[in-house]
Ligand binder design. Structure first.
Ligand code: PLP
Length: 435
């Protein structure tokens, strides 16, 4: 990790290149010298002498230091290799993978907070995370959460109590695309001896939260990192001692709650990492182009790459070079009915993309957040999070000709009455493709 100081806002000393870091981490050969690592499809591992086994149980021999493996819920070599690659991507000391993004979020939080402890969280987080913090954790563990607008740093700091162990946020919030000031949040968390935990699912490659002082980074690998919408997976990265705690035989949440990743899934994800930077750049390029054109037409678009976005300058400062502002944008169509009509037209008439939750796929995925991925939030929480009933979240894909896609998007907005008919076909000539 670049920054290890515990207080004060942090800015990275030198630009970080996640593509280079990823490439450097890819040095695992297959069993017979194959260019791809082997899938270590074993749940249990032999030792050469009987005396070795108790040493592994006692932690005197480790996967990390000695290449000693015991049992695949603890460490599997293929899953372990993917964890190392993701740690490299996130400029962290270590990482380990698990069965889903929610497993990563819950394991990290339960490791950091004990019964009766307190969490300060952004009010706008993925619906499943919101439900975990607001309902499951208090009921089952007595860990309580105060939700705050993450762009109001005074409110964030005021919410801390002597029992606060974690400040939790998403780099770019799901679905409202509010950008977190990670350096300022890290400084607040560290002033209170708490850990900053960042869900970087929307921004792999784009932003590296550890560079700004994040202690733990979690990912749903189900999204951009895997990129094919064909498997569910998660990861936690951070300092080596924290990852070791997750796997502790007596108190490790990943070890004992058991959300283990299958080595076949780890192999699949690893195979998609080399083109992750290329995919992110193309998602971003198209999102910026469409958002720019939509904004010029007066459409109700939100995209952090637009200079009018409240945290545009902040995000620009945090970005790694060359991969843009990401592939997520929102359109607030005012009412749920109009949002539904818009998505029906886009999917069934124009074949623009799919009405589906999730994100980071090659095709565009669109959903009405209030009635889908944020439906765990009640009306008050939806209001506090700024999620209106007509908000459509688009995870912009990269298939199809760009201008065909633009015409489809534009036509659907005209058909639901959000844009004027006379603008059809002229906009593509006015705004070129941003590089
Ligand atoms: N974090 C974010 C930002 C998400 O959008 C999601 C799922 O949509 C998750 C975490 C949970 O991930 P998973 O579905 O892999 O458990």
């Amino acid at each position: 990790m670049a920054n290890t100081e515990q207080d004060g806002p942090m800015t990275p000393a030198a630009p970080f290149d996640p593509a280079a870091a990823l490439a450097a981490s890819k040095h695992t050969f297959g069993e017979h010298g194959g260019v791809n690592m082997s899938i270590e499809a074993s749940t249990t591992f032999t030792v050469m002498t009987a005396a070795t086994m108790p040493e592994i149980f006692a932690g005197q021999r480790t996967a990390d230091r000695d290449g000693c493996f015991l049992y695949a819920r603890h460490f599997n070599p293929t899953v372990y290799t993917l964890g190392r690659e993701l740690a490299a991507l996130e400029d962290a000391e270590a990482g380990y993978c698990c069965a889903s993004g929610m497993a990563a979020v819950s394991a990290a939080l339960l490791q950091l907070a004990d019964a009766g402890d307190h969490i300060v969280s952004s009010a706008t987080v993925y619906g499943g995370t919101h439900a975990l913090l607001r309902e499951l954790l208090p009921q089952k563990t007595g860990i309580t959460t105060t939700f705050v607008p993450i762009d109001d740093l005074a409110a964030v700091e005021a919410a801390f109590t002597p029992r606060t162990r974690v400040l939790y946020t998403e780099t770019v919030s799901n679905p409202t695309l509010v950008v977190s000031d990670l350096a300022a949040l890290a400084a607040i968390a560290h002033r209170h001896d708490a850990a900053l935990v960042v869900d970087n699912t929307f921004c792999p490659v784009l932003i590296t939260p550890t560079r700004f002082g994040a202690d733990v980074v979690v990912h749903s690998l189900t999204k951009y990192i895997n990129g094919a919408s064909d498997l569910v997976a998660g990861a936690v990265v951070g300092r080596a001692d924290f990852i070791a705690r997750l796997m502790d035989l007596h108190t490790g949440t990943l070890m004992l709650l058991g959300p283990t990743m299958d080595p076949r899934a780890a192999f699949e994800v690893s195979m998609r990492l080399p083109h992750l930077p290329l995919r992110m750049a193309e998602h971003s390029r198209r999102a910026l182009l469409f958002a720019t054109r939509l904004a010029e037409l007066g459409a109700p678009v939100v995209y952090p790459g637009l200079p009018t976005h409240p945290q545009h300058a902040l995000m620009r400062r945090m970005l790694n070079p060359d991969h843009g502002f990401g592939g997520m944008l929102t359109l607030d169509l005012g009412t749920r009915d109009r949002a539904y009509r818009f998505m029906d037209i886009l999917q069934n008439q124009h074949r623009f993309g799919f009405m589906a939750v999730s994100l980071g796929y090659a095709e565009t995925l669109m959903s009405c957040s209030a009635s889908s991925t944020s439906s765990e939030l009640d009306d008050d929480a939806l209001r506090a999070a700024g999620i209106s009933p007509g908000l459509v979240r688009l995870s912009l894909g990269y298939t199809g000709a760009v201008e065909d896609r633009w015409q489809q998007l534009h036509a659907a907005l005209v058909e639901v009455g959000t844009l004027d008919r006379q603008n059809i076909g002229t906009q593509a000539n006015r705004t070129g493709t941003p590089s």
